[in-house]
Design a protein around this ligand. Structure first.
Ligand code: MSP
Length: 687
């Protein structure tokens, strides 16, 4: 017996920092479909998913919940496993990065890289986004905040999250040492990332500008894998997390059978010769496939191959990167009331419609939009109408005309048979082609092209007309056989996506459960089979308006639930500037000042020159750029305003010294000075 080919597929390990939504479910279902497809194609398949449980983000979440991080992640892991059960996810292993075996290998790997000189101790000073658990250089920030001297004091990461300044002793991974290797690897194996446009993105954004060494340890919190030789450091959560793909198979542990079977056992070499004639050879583990979305591609396409190179392990076969599901009003967020949770959709509509919808609309290259209209529409038109009706009509006609006995394909013929067979053949071929490319929308399009052709075949052959003519009995038999066979093919093709539906179809056709689709062709319907006496509809028709309204209500209920459960400590505040400590604020002296005089500054459209009584020994002078909003400055005389009194005086327009700042509020395109009741004495301190 020849040994089966191995296939290893992994999801990202998700952060258990909140309830998982349809975005996370998308990747997990997409991997499940691939795992089921490969099993049906005869591969020995191993499907891994799990949780990324260490890091600052989780530690903070646990603290907020008043729990230890371990108790917190233990609770979250239960919920995630329940969700995967509801979605019928056929994973072979669920890894948690707090599992002992994983932690111990991570600690060992770190020491190994340290010992071989790939990691060195240094000082890190730069920007860190806790939400992304990611370091950024200043140039990568989409926005920077500066103090009055122009110094950068904060900023915003590309994900929209705030960054904080991290200044600490840190170990660094010498990514720069592997720059050439990575470039050569991408050249030797241009199919590594799919779709390939994403590889160009990585080359342009990260490789061409030059790889910077990566900080790979943290000292300011403790929730992570401690570094053996220097336990005040914990391993950077991404190094810890990426290694899960290897530790889950037993890498670095006693029993490495699985690691050999699914990683090192099936390799091929890809080569590239550079300009100098040097040949670069890369060992590829042809069974290893990772699926991620675009947000974490950089970690998987740059850091992960480099870690593997440093460990002298074969590189993954493929990195499948899909886009995001977004909502019509942008990214999913609780406060916008546009988050969709998979549980709600499964409870209302069943599991198969959810799996079908997410995969048929899977954003392959770019992002895709989830809409309730589209969701209900696809169930009604594509599942209930196109597929459900085809099955109902077929089973009903075979019962009516042949007493439930499925006739043989070769009994008779019609002029439409050949085309139906050709379309089926093409659908099967296209389906396999697109399944290999993990382009599920196109693979399902192929299946639906056969469904559409089969529905058309009923209209063309008009069995109800043939049934009236005894001489056409054999041809009617052939039509029934073609319909049953088409449906059998369809059931086999949709099996990785919708197991329940696929098996319901084969059951109604009188066939056994689907065990393999390896040699599927049109024309294999077994002889002597009876369909069920009366088929039940596999997808009930939905009232569009009612169901769309239901989904919208549920999304809004999520929002009001989020509002009702108002937990101030969990609210993410919307800030325009980085957070400051009380001691920092305390340094600012704000005082009440009366406007003694106010005039336009000659030579400036914007500036007003104020003379103020702010309780100092003498009046002070402040220039303020608000002339546009106060065209009659003399009207301000006598008002009591608020000023920052201890701002370092500065020269303006070469000759005027400005001794502070007058506070005002900006709103829409307008501006209003902040005034104080006239009873408050000049110089009173505000704070
Ligand atoms: N813990 C890291 C991954 C470590 S892997 C070694 C992480 N976790 S995460 O919880 O933030 O999950 C990110 C992944 O969730 C994305 O890469 C994608 O697979 C999935 N998705 C999250 N939101 C999504 C959408 N809106 N749409 C599609 N996929 C989405 O990053």
């Amino acid at each position: 017996m020849t040994e089966k080919k191995s296939f290893y597929i992994t999801t990202p390990i998700y952060y258990p920092s909140g309830k998982l939504h349809i975005g996370n479910a998308t990747t997990t279902i997409a991997c499940d479909v691939l795992a089921r497809y490969k099993r049906l194609m005869g591969y020995d398949t191993f499907y891994l998913t799990g949780l990324d449980e260490h890091g600052q983000k989780i530690q903070t979440k646990a603290e907020e919940a008043g729990m230890t991080p371990q108790a917190y992640v233990d609770g979250m892991a239960v919920g995630v496993k329940e969700l995967w059960k509801k979605l019928d996810i056929s994973y072979d292993k669920f890894i948690r990065t707090t599992d002992d075996y994983h932690e111990s290998v991570v600690a060992d790997v770190f020491e190994k890289l340290l010992a071989q000189g790939d990691i060195y101790l240094g000082e890190y000073s730069g920007w860190y986004s806790v939400s992304d658990e990611e370091f950024f250089t200043e140039s990568q920030l989409t926005e920077v905040f500066r103090d009055e001297n122009g110094e950068v004091i904060g900023g915003i990461a590309p994900s929209g999250h705030q960054v904080e300044l991290v200044s600490e002793e840190s170990y660094f991974f010498k990514l720069s040492k592997y720059q050439k290797h990575l470039e050569a690897f991408f050249k030797a194996y241009p199919d590594f990332i799919s779709p390939s446009s994403r590889m160009n993105e990585m080359i342009k954004n990260f490789i061409e500008p030059g790889l910077e060494d990566l900080a790979v340890s943290r000292t300011t919190f403790t929730w992570g894998v401690p570094i053996k030789s220097n336990p005040k450091h914990v391993v950077y959560v991404w190094i810890d997390a990426l290694l899960n793909y290897a530790t889950a198979l037993g890498y670095g542990q006693g029993d490495t059978t699985k690691f050999e079977k699914f990683w090192t056992g099936q390799t091929e070499v890809k080569s590239w010769t550079d300009e100098s004639g040097k040949v670069w050879d890369f060992k590829i583990a042809s069974s290893v496939n990772h699926m991620v979305a675009k947000d974490i591609l950089r970690f998987h396409s740059i850091y992960w191959p480099i870690i593997l190179m440093a460990l002298d392990l074969p590189l993954p076969n493929r990195l499948i990167a899909h886009g995001w599901f977004v909502m019509q009003d942008g990214k999913m967020s609780k406060s916008k009331g546009n988050v969709v949770y998979p549980e709600m959709l499964v409870e209302r509509f069943g599991l198969d419609p959810l799996r079908y919808y997410l995969m048929r609309s899977l954003p392959v290259g770019s992002d895709g939009t989830f809409t309730p209209e589209d969701y209900v529409g696809r169930i009604n038109y594509e599942l209930a109408n196109d597929l459900g009706n085809l099955l109902n009509r077929t089973v009903a006609m075979i019962n009516k005309y042949f007493d439930g006995q499925v006739p043989n394909l070769s009994t008779g013929s019609t002029e439409f048979d050949e085309d139906l067979q050709a379309v089926a053949g093409q659908a099967i071929a296209d389906y396999h082609k697109y399944m290999d490319l993990v382009d599920y929308p196109r693979a399902l399009d192929a299946v639906w092209s056969l469904i559409a052709r089969t529905n058309k075949y009923i209209d063309e052959t008009a069995p109800w007309v043939l049934a009236k003519d005894e001489a056409q009995k054999d041809n009617l038999a052939s039509v029934m056989a073609h319909l049953a066979e088409s449906l059998r093919v369809v059931a086999n093709l949709i099996a990785p996506f919708m197991m329940t539906t696929a098996n319901a179809i084969t059951e109604q056709l009188g066939l056994g459960a689907i065990a393999s689709i390896e040699n599927l062709t049109f024309g294999q319907f077994p002889e002597g089979v009876r369909v069920v006496a009366k088929g039940t509809p596999i997808f009930p028709r939905l009232d569009m308006d009612e169901e769309i309204a239901y989904i919208k209500e549920q999304m809004a209920a999520g929002k009001s639930a989020a509002e009702k459960e108002w937990a101030p400590e969990e609210v993410e505040l919307t800030l325009n500037k980085p957070e400051i400590k009380f001691e920092e604020f305390e340094k600012t002296e704000i005082r009440v000042a009366e406007v003694i005089d106010c005039q336009k500054v000659e030579g400036s459209d914007k500036l007003l020159l104020f003379r103020l009584d702010a309780g100092d020994a003498e009046h002070r002078q402040i220039l303020s750029g608000i002339a546009n909003f106060y065209p009659n400055p003399e009207e301000l005389i006598g008002l009591k305003v608020q000023i920052v009194a201890n701002l370092k005086p500065r020269k303006m327009m070469k000759k005027y010294v400005s001794q502070g700042m007058i506070l005002s509020a900006e709103h829409d395109a307008n501006l209003t000075l902040l005034t104080v009741d006239s009873s408050v004495p000049n110089g009173s301190v505000i704070g």
